[in-house]
Design a protein around this ligand. Structure first.
Ligand SMILES: [Zn+2]
Length: 468
């Protein structure tokens, strides 16, 4: 499949699993505004902007050069009765087998694409790190027989652990449920042609906790847009972990999973701020606890009143001590606010569920206004440091629904319509950054909104609230 218009990817996003019988279509596109760079990158090699890039511009589209086909995996693993707990490992093993087959059969183009991720002798370095090689289109013999024979299955596993991508929005538990025919869980599973794949070009991207690129998947193909304006010579970066964790949480996760200490812009600013002890200790402990509350809060019906009260008090005291503080700049506040996204979402969930107990319209209105006010702050923080991320879209759907609900029940509609227009515009714009402009076709954008709304609701627990 060819990409004719990089600003309108509707043929990719709305293809109804119409791919060939084996489920895989190969699509590759690289913007002329990016290249692979060695100098001035966060680590090793990276992708660099060769000219100024606007937010929402398409950076690249890439199919995995090697992957585990969904149907084949389903057949093999259900026959073997692999339990859910071992599914991830079993799928990794299938990918190792596929890669190992390439090694033995000398399938050069594919072999080059994933061996490039291990690095090699300097005389072929240029060729190894070319777009052609990374996209699996270089048939030359880049690695000697000796080099290839020296590669063991544990080397291949290492490549996978560091570089492979699984399907977005899905976890192995959902996939297993889908395979079990008694469960009707998640139709999305049917449309995922690959369960795990190596995308060597994407593997070139380095990490930042506040990146400038956002990836989505459609039919197993990875699509990457700029989530911020990027200037020439700036590096393209994204986060390897959910970037809405707080500073210490991010540090721990990156160290454990990726074996490095992050020195990104956001981390260096936040570590300086934290040394000044901006968060009182009691508050910090409560915030740590709030992640433990999260699970219970996803099911607001079963969350006890004490937990809800504790969460709300802690949240409001954080708003007061941290975000109302005059000693922090707005930029720092923006950065810190997204760190507490889960905490915010917990708070929203609690407040939304409390609406059920409000009987007086004024009371309802006050709670709604408060949620929308806090959510507005969080929205602008996302625009600043995690624009068009999954959590950001989730928040926008919440605000849009809330603004509409206020508007419907409002006597004086002149003020509330302004809010509805504002959130509609924010939601459209953010979707266009994440998915491309779609030729500015409102109908297509609307279809994308429906998609993200259903997907994201399942993740953040806001499904519990009925806005009507
Ligand atoms: Zn960082």
């Amino acid at each position: 499949m060819e990409i004719h218009d990089p600003s309108d990817l509707s043929p990719l996003y709305f293809a109804e699993n119409n791919s060939s019988k084996d489920g895989n279509v190969s699509v590759n596109y690289v913007s002329p505004s990016i290249s692979i760079g060695i100098e001035d990158v966060a680590h090793g090699r990276g992708l660099i902007a060769t000219k100024d890039i606007e937010e929402g511009e398409l950076l690249f589209v890439t199919s995995p050069t090697i992957s585990v086909d969904h149907n084949t995996a389903k057949q093999i693993l259900t026959e073997q009765n692999v339990p859910v707990s071992k599914l991830e490992e079993a799928i990794i093993d299938l990918l190792i087998e596929n890669m190992y087959k390439c090694l033995q059969e000398d399938v050069n183009a594919i072999l080059n694409s994933f061996l490039a991720l291990m690095g090699s002798k300097s005389d072929v370095e240029k060729e190894i790190y070319s777009m052609e090689t990374l996209l699996g289109q270089n048939d030359d013999c880049l690695f000697s027989r000796n080099e290839v024979e020296g590669i063991s299955k544990s080397h291949l596993k290492n490549i996978i652990l560091k570089n492979a991508f699984g399907p977005d929005f899905l976890n192995y538990e959902k996939i297993a449920k889908h395979w079990d025919e008694r469960e009707e869980e998640s139709d999305q599973c049917q449309f995922v042609p690959n369960l795990l794949g190596i995308f060597p070009l994407a593997a070139m991207l380095n990490h930042s906790c506040s990146g400038n690129a956002v990836r989505t998947f459609s039919n197993g193909i990875m699509i990457v847009h700029a989530s911020k304006t990027i200037t020439a010579n700036e590096e393209i970066l994204w986060s390897y972990i959910p970037s809405t964790k707080e500073f210490m949480g991010r540090r721990r996760t990156l160290k454990k999973l990726h074996k490095f200490v992050c020195m990104c812009n956001k981390c260096s600013i936040e570590s300086k701020q934290l040394k000044r002890d901006i968060l009182p200790l009691t508050l910090r402990n409560s915030i740590d606890e709030s992640s433990a509350w999260n699970t219970r809060l996803l099911d607001v019906e079963n969350c006890d009143e004490d937990t809800k009260r504790m969460l709300c008090t802690t949240f409001l005291s954080m708003e007061e001590t941290v975000f109302a503080s005059a000693s922090l700049s707005t930029d720092v506040k923006h950065m810190l606010r997204t760190d507490f996204t889960n905490f915010h979402f917990n708070f929203f969930n609690c407040m939304l569920s409390s609406l059920g107990q409000c009987s007086h319209p004024v009371q309802i209105r006050n709670v709604q206004d408060m949620i929308l006010k806090v959510a507005t702050h969080l929205h602008f923080s996302f625009v600043f440091s995690n624009n068009a991320s999954t959590e950001h879209l989730s928040l926008l759907h919440l605000c849009y629904d809330l603004a509409n609900s206020i508007h419907r029940n409002n006597e004086d509609k002149s003020n509330s319509i302004t809010k509805v227009r504002f959130w509609t515009e924010q939601m459209k714009r953010t979707h266009q950054i994440r998915y491309g402009k779609m030729g500015d076709d409102v109908e297509k954008i609307r279809r994308l909104l429906v998609h993200t709304k259903s997907v994201l609701r399942q993740r953040d627990g806001m499904a519990a609230f009925n806005f009507l």
